[in-house]
Design a protein around this ligand. Structure first.
Ligand code: GLC
Length: 699
């Protein structure tokens, strides 16, 4: 590479026409990094994101892509093979559309249940998020494109995301959010890690020597490259602190990793050496993932095949939370079914922001949500959009001979009349979430709690179908007969919901996040930075001298179910919870601390699946609650299976002075049907052990 060429790959641009004329070999997408034709180095064409190829408001034309269900739905499946298959699907579509980088792999923990991007992420647990995130990344990259893993790290809230300074001890970070990334990187080998907007312990993550040079590159031995998020680069110092590529550079105050870096390199050989390392890392990933093997040859996607995968994820991701008197699956008795609310006659809900995918032709409906966005970016935040998969139609197709009515739910009185006149009332409730904005509370918006409560009072066979972007409160719960959490169910979500309602699919989803009883039970009742004067995609800075410090050491590494167990708080629905139309038993747990062996039996009358969950409940005499292993299994009625699940030793450890440390002594484990419902403990003696993550120095 010539001196000049060394400053080509180190920065990219937002590849949208609004940012001026695009280079000839760029395509409309999230990002473009010029290649070096002289050396046969292709450009990087980058698109969002974790749930499929983003639609960008139709800027790339009306051909859409497969909208996968929310990450929470995928995580509710607890199925790494399915995560890989979903990744293969969206990676292929990105390739077919001419992209060679998919900005996917969102594995931030759902530490803050009000996070506007919870729907894009997976869970509150580092093992579940790491394993599923890694599988998805591996699937994406099987198409010879690069996937990212993001947003590194502790970008666990949208409120004041460009300014919030997360305060967290190294041990707490290593044992929670960082462990999710570490496992995802080990299993998925992402070509790139995307650093985030926020600060951690006073340093912007894209300028954090600790996070990028020490944790990621030194301790974890990461060989790929770090790209920034779009508009998250504070200066040229980021290069020496571990950033390799500035993305969407028009959104920063300068293209720091171009001329300013060139000037720094010509003045300091150490910087010049670092520039060579930046190029080496980027090129290594491009060649390791075969980008130059098969240059993109755009072709139409196979929408049918994609939607079949989306449907499989939605079906395995639906969580049956309540089913009194086995009112589900709907049986022939239901001669009159009242379907109410949630735009169930139109489509299924999806989440907003950079991850927004649309099917060909765009959304079935868009409900404006207001808010101030720069005119030029309005297409990015159109509002609540509904995919064309129609729950009412799918219900009617299965309710043979029944009279199925639909009521919009706009008037409670009208919904109550419809519910009174029916054998079963199915009320759909929606909670839209988006990037850039956390939800202010966990109540259903638009007065839906009152609607659900009134319908449930009017009909004892009320079934609630939730399409939410995270956990919600349920003040009406005790009056309902059944509750399904369908999350954002993706491009075939209507079919998946109806398939579970009528029993074609036996629900097997298990919650990947805790549903609290109250906001008061959270580690932080108020989200730090809530009073930031402006909002939107790139809010104006806080008033001079105002900083926002989010103290994540309150819960520390005890995120989610670990917090409720430590504090003795009972959640509404615990992590790992989910009912089935069948019945399962898990038994006979044995373990040596390295592998957990247990038996799962289907004691019910129909085939189904469940997840054996193994929790650490005490370590060296101290109480713990940590998922240490899990295995999903599909069983015929009466069938049982003995399963082995490896225990990751890091989950038995504490991070102490730069190493993982197992204190030694008695360690007790228990099988759980969820994080709160645990079987008898099995105790083993473990020897003390300390080890470092750092790879042995390469010979
Ligand atoms: C966004 C998101 C990131 C996305 C990037 C490109 O602001 O934080 O997830 O990949 O910018 O759109």
């Amino acid at each position: 590479m010539t001196e000049e060429e060394r400053f080509v790959l180190t920065h990219g641009m937002l590849s949208l026409p609004l940012a001026g004329k695009l280079p000839a070999d760029a395509i409309v997408g999230a990002g473009y990094v010029a290649g070096i034709p002289r050396l046969g180095i292709p450009p990087l064409r980058e698109t969002d994101a974790t749930l499929g190829v983003a639609y960008l408001g139709g800027l790339r034309g009306k051909e859409g892509a497969t909208p996968l269900p929310a990450g929470l739905a995928l995580a509710s499946s607890w199925n790494p093979q399915l995560a890989r298959q979903a990744g293969e699907t969206i990676g292929l579509e990105a390739k077919q559309k001419g992209f060679n980088v998919l900005l996917a792999g969102g594995v931030n923990l759902v530490r803050e249940p009000r996070n506007g991007r919870s729907f894009e992420y997976l869970s509150e647990d580092p093992l579940l998020s790491g394993i599923l995130g890694g599988a998805s990344i591996a699937g994406i990259q099987s198409n010879k494109i690069i996937s990212t893993v993001k947003h590194f790290a502790l970008n666990d809230q949208e409120t004041a995301r460009n300014y919030v300074d997360v305060r967290v001890s190294e041990a707490n970070a290593r044992e929670s959010d960082l462990l999710a990334f570490q496992i995802a990187i080990e299993r998925g080998d992402p070509g790139s890690v995307m650093c985030a907007y926020n600060l951690v312990n006073g340093a912007y993550t894209c300028d954090s020597d600790w996070l990028l040079n020490k944790v990621l590159k030194r301790d974890w031995g990461y060989k790929g490259f770090v790209m920034s998020d779009w508009g998250s680069v504070p200066g040229v110092s980021t290069a020496m602190n571990g950033l390799d590529q500035q993305s969407g550079s028009q959104l920063d105050k300068a293209v720091y990793l171009d001329k300013p870096l060139k000037d720094a390199a010509s003045a300091d050989p150490g910087v010049a050496a670092r520039v060579r390392d930046m190029n080496r890392r980027i090129l290594r990933s491009m060649f390791a993932h075969g980008l130059e093997d098969t240059p993109p040859a755009p072709k139409p996607i196979d929408a049918k095949a994609g939607l079949a995968v989306a449907e499989a994820v939605a079906k395995e991701g639906i969580v049956l939370l309540r089913n009194e008197r086995d009112v589900l699956p709907l049986s022939a008795i239901a001669k009159k079914i009242a379907v109410i609310g949630g735009y169930a006659d139109t489509g299924v809900l999806s989440g907003g922001g950079s991850s927004q995918v649309q099917m060909t032709g765009g959304p079935a409906a868009t409900v404006p949500v207001g808010g101030e966005v720069p005119e030029a970016l309005a297409f990015l935040l159109p509002g609540e959009t509904y995919h064309r998969s129609n729950p009412l139609k799918a219900i009617r197709a299965r309710a043979k001979g029944a009279d199925v009515t639909f009521t919009s739910g706009r008037y409670v009185s009208e919904a109550v009349d419809a519910a009174k006149a029916a054998d079963v009332a199915i009320v759909f409730a929606t909670e839209w979430r988006t990037e850039n904005k956390d939800v202010p509370d966990l109540n259903l918006p638009n007065g839906q709690d009152a609607l659900v409560a009134a319908v449930a009072k009017a009909n004892p066979n009320t079934v609630v179908v939730l399409q939410t972007g995270g956990p919600v409160l349920m003040p009406w719960l005790s009056d309902t007969a059944a509750v399904l959490e369908a999350w954002y169910p993706g491009g075939s979500g209507g079919e998946a919901i109806a398939s579970v309602l009528f029993g074609e699919t036996n629900p097997s989803g298990k919650l990947p996040v805790t549903f609290p009883r109250s906001i008061a039970d959270l580690p932080r009742t108020v989200i730090e930075g809530k009073d930031l004067p402006s909002s939107g995609m790139f809010p104006a800075p806080p008033p001079a001298g105002v900083t926002y410090r989010a103290d994540y050491d309150v819960e520390g590494s005890d995120v989610g179910y670990r917090w409720y167990a430590r504090e003795g708080k009972r959640p509404l629905f615990p992590f790992g919870f989910g009912l089935s139309y069948s019945r399962f038993e898990t038994s006979a747990l044995t373990t040596d601390g390295k592998v957990a062996r247990f038996t799962v039996t289907n004691t019910g009358a129909r085939a189904g699946a469940t997840v054996g969950q193994v929790y650490l409940v005490s370590a060296g005499g101290e109480r713990r609650r940590r998922l240490v292993a899990f295995k999903k299994v599909f069983l015929q009625p009466g069938e049982h299976r003995v399963l082995d699940a490896a225990i990751d030793p890091r989950l038995l450890s504490e991070w102490e002075s730069g190493r993982w440390s197992i204190k030694g002594g008695e360690y007790s484990f228990a099988l759980g049907s969820d994080a709160e419902t645990l079987g008898p403990p099995v105790t083993v003696k473990l020897r003390p052990r300390r080890w470092s993550d750092r790879p042995a120095p390469s010979k």
